[in-house]
Design a protein around this ligand. Structure first.
Ligand SMILES: [Ca+2]
Ligand SMILES: [Ca+2]
Ligand SMILES: [Ca+2]
Ligand SMILES: [Ca+2]
Length: 258
């Protein structure tokens, strides 16, 4: 494993150097190249842009099974000035790679970025058997024209009579021009509790030290594609059916914070 991690960083670093300062408008090409040097594959996740071009063998599948069990949280002892999430991939390399330097598991699938063959794609991990309607109203959902830097932002109201908690969210981002470019992200919305009648606004801007702020990958399609994007969102609280909705982003590069 150490060998593959070293290899992935070396390859990604070379790509960073070769790429210079210019940010490619199609980062998934370099991302796929770098990712292909790892031994693992979880390309079963299907529609991911990166998985569509990665090779997979039965040996890879075995390796992927092992890697799925890899701890996803950052090893705090591994955090350095150059690698703020401690996932083994330096911040600058994550920018080239298309992953989030603020979290060790960009797509929330439980596999650390350095071991994830599809680091910006996970299948929908929301699990629910209840058919009870989630008593919320989506008041506003946007990915641009925010008060501060552009990011995914959702405002909703609890229309029910009890406090709602144990939320999680899954969303895909699809490029409207290159429609095979799809990213998928899952997050548990830790700490989110919404009293009856209360409205809250969620921000996916990496300012996770603030209440109701969560991770958002600005190095993925969101921050790099100048095409229009479609966000397809499922918001879920345990015991209720997920609420699904879409948000469009117009073409043009978003004004995102690092
Ligand atoms: Ca990192
Ligand atoms: Ca990371
Ligand atoms: Ca992952
Ligand atoms: Ca993944």
């Amino acid at each position: 494993m150490k060998k593959s991690i070293t290899g992935i960083i070396l390859v990604a670093m070379v790509l960073t150097i070769l790429g210079g300062c210019g940010q490619s408008s199609t980062p998934s090409t370099s991302q796929t190249t770098a990712i292909s040097s790892t031994s693992a594959s979880n390309s079963a996740s299907g529609t991911s842009a990166s998985s569509s071009t990665s090779s997979s063998t039965s040996a890879d599948a075995t390796a992927a099974t092992t890697d799925q069990t890899t701890a996803s949280t950052a090893d705090s002892s591994a955090v350095t000035a150059d690698d703020q999430d401690g996932d083994g991939i330096p911040d600058l390399v994550e920018k080239t790679y298309g992953t989030n330097p603020h979290t060790a598991d960009t797509d929330g699938d439980g596999t650390n970025d350095v071991n994830d063959q599809t680091p910006v794609y996970t299948d929908n991990l929301i699990s629910e058997t209840s058919s009870t309607v989630l008593p919320i109203t989506i008041k506003d959902a946007r990915v641009e024209d925010n008060a501060a830097a552009d990011h995914l932002e959702i405002t909703f109201k609890n229309d029910g009579t009890t406090t709602l908690s144990n939320f999680d969210i899954y969303y895909t981002i699809t490029d409207k021009v290159n429609t095979d470019q799809v990213e998928g992200y899952y997050q548990k919305l830790d700490g989110l509790s919404v009293a009856a009648g209360e409205s809250v606004t969620l921000h996916f801007d990496n300012n996770v030290d603030q209440a109701n702020h969560y991770y958002g990958n600005m190095n993925g399609l969101y921050g790099t594609s100048s095409n229009g994007l479609t966000f397809a969102i499922s918001l879920h609280a345990a015991g209720y059916q997920p609420v699904t909705f879409t948000v469009d982003k117009a073409d043009g590069t978003a004004e995102v914070a690092d």
